[in-house]
Design a protein around this ligand. Structure first.
Ligand code: ZN
Length: 182
């Protein structure tokens, strides 16, 4: 049975180290870790989670598939388990959009990311996959890929003026009520 794990927060050294490659994907410990990460991301309404966020310095992350209350505009896609990834190419085009992080609660910021990327990785059955990601999925991929290299989204913010609290972010995103616009 999968178990929810405690999420590490900014200041914990595990979030700032380069995570290690996974040598033996079929090990029961690794498979349990993957199941626990999927559950932990779902319980926290995250769109992704990386192993260092549950205190494991390993090159594994999840791109969660279901729409999340924290990201209501996220497209519904299948959950992907990404192991030992390499980004092989990126689009020149960058796009700035809002991000948050389960390890940095209460903040959102505008982060520039490549609009599309191509990556190779192993899935949880150790199959080698080459895949292109674009838009929202590419953003989540780049955010999680940063985590396994000890980088967090605030490192990528261009101006501190583009950091807001989650409460203010919710106000920014809320559809404006016409009756209050007088
Ligand atoms: Zn994060």
């Amino acid at each position: 049975m999968a178990q929810q794990r405690e999420i590490t927060e900014l200041g914990n050294p595990v979030l700032r180290q380069r995570a290690e490659r996974v040598e033996s994907i079929s090990d029961s410990e690794i498979q349990e870790l993957i199941d626990d990460m999927i559950l932990t991301a779902a319980e926290a309404s995250g769109v992704g989670i990386a192993a260092p966020q549950v205190s494991e310095a390993l090159r594994i992350f999840i791109i969660a598939g279901t729409a999340s209350p924290r990201y209501p505009d996220a497209p519904e896609t299948e959950t992907k388990v990404i192991i030992n990834p390499e980004i092989v190419s990126v689009s020149d085009e960058l796009e700035k959009d809002w991000e948050g992080c389960l390890s940095i609660p209460g903040l959102r910021a505008l982060v520039p990311r490549h609009k599309s990327i191509r990556a190779v990785y192993r899935d949880r059955n150790a199959n080698l996959v080459e895949e292109g990601f674009s838009d929202f999925e590419a953003r989540v991929f780049q955010h999680e890929y940063d985590h396994i290299n000890g980088v967090v989204f605030l490192d990528r913010v261009e101006s501190s003026l583009e950091i807001v609290t989650e409460n203010e972010y919710m106000k920014l995103m809320a559809p404006s009520d016409p009756e209050e616009e007088e």
